[in-house]
Design a protein around this ligand. Sequence first.
Ligand code: PEP
Ligand code: MG
Length: 571
Amino acid sequence: MTINGIGVSPGIAIGKASLLKKQEAALSGITLNDEDIVIEIEKFNSAVTLSVQEVEAMVSSYDQSQGKEGLEILETHIELLTDPQISEDVTEKISKEKKNANDAVIEVIRAAVDLFKNMDDEYLSARAADVQDIGNRLLRNLNASVSTTISAYEVDTIIIAEDLTPSDTISMDTTHVAGFATQVGGRTSHAAIIARSRGIPAIVGCGITLMDIKDGDLLILDGQNGAIIINPDKNTVEQYRIKQENWLKQNNLLRSLKDTPATTTDGVNIKLMANIGDTNDMEQAIGFGAEGAGLLRTELLFMGRDAVPSEDEQFEFYKAVALKAKGKPVIVRTLDIGGDKQLPYFNFPAEQNPFLGYRAIRICLDRPDIFIVQLKAILRASAFGRLKIMFPMISNIQEVKAAKVILQQAKDELAKAGINFDKNIPVGIMIEIPSAAITADLLAKEVDFFSIGTNDLCQYTLAVDRMNEQIKELYDPYNPGVLRLIAYVIEQGHKNNVEVGMCGELASDPKATLLLLGMGLTEFSMSAAAIPEIKNIIINNSLATAKQIHKRVIEMDNSALITAYLQEITL
Ligand code: PEP
Ligand code: MG
């Protein structure tokens, strides 16, 4: 039997289930005599002091190698424990309503938890767990019976619980606990955040069926796919053991490289960035050591809904991503719809060749009403982080100039309204159409950066539909024609002082890393999970070697030779 939930922390755990029963704190209903009021207030104050000391002890023994997220959460707990409002509310309940400290704490915490839970913002609403957490701690220290403490467990225990508090997750002994699953919770709950930063495989939001699991059941918990297999057969266990080993190898590499700069052995710094679609991806990217986002595909915000998102909605979205990036750069690509990306509420014309048709910047220039709204939203968000603007599907210089005119208009309107934005926001274009690649020297005069989109560059250079399975063998980024265009764009970018990155899939292909490096590419953007492997190649090779590789490849006249050679040197 399999139970599914939200996989929030990847990795595979195989072990025995241990059900964590939550004991609700009970109200005593006692009414105090006047002379007991001072005693109960003192009891509460002592519980606060003791609780703060406990959390401070957790802070000082905190293992920084487990990521600093846990530390930040503990510091929030100290702030909550010493929050004057909570203290005032509890004291008032004791002195005016004559409740004992236990009941006063339960009621004040319940009200605060409800307040957070009902907030619309997913992140803020998940903070209810922190308030509950400090409440439980206070009650424990008041000798009330509340317990979700994670005590000693057998090796390879998988904890099954209704919910886990952040401090349960922080203090989990990972030498014994192999993973956990909870009935409730979402991706942004602190239990999930801590699990990710501590590398504990975890699944949340499994629903009530999770409680079908019995103490001692053998479980396989797949934190990547959000699945728990209950009492699997031998073959399945064997299969998952192999998966687990592979994952551990990959993960160890990841963890050991996360904070290592991507520098070649001869000292050249390479920027490894992530391709993202939303704030979750941004958070994940930072976890994988990305130095920013080389591509935010904004069309994802426009999909799966029934109308164009408003300027405010878009602003909030871009702002949230900018804040999540914590000062790292984010390249925001303007709307790239059309082709294979259709919107249900947008009237696309029927076209013979959608990929050669009404797409991306062509739509935006045709519909400045939609375009300017997006530009204004991005500009407003640029006051909250290091955003850059990128136009997709540029085929000629007039399009760049026209897009910049609308951008200027957006800036003028915001300036007139006294709204803050980054006046020097860098502007770049995607190089994904052959005419743009061949005229890179001309386009360079108009922009601050290029990003090579090999997915489209390959399809347009080779006249091969990227979606057509029948001709997929022809879709080949190692075709010398495609490689020459890429090399030319990088060369012209450098000659003209324009930064050049790559955000197409080729940037994440380990076979291509040294070749691209040898061409002079210094910025690679890819799905976050691919970063460690690419970084590993970069830090173990020199630019000098990469240049030699590029030299050899230029002499080859077909992609079979090129890929065989690259395959050989990558192994
Ligand atoms: C590309 O074309 O290489 C690219 C990154 O853009 P998309 O895949 O979104 O078209
Ligand atoms: Mg593209």
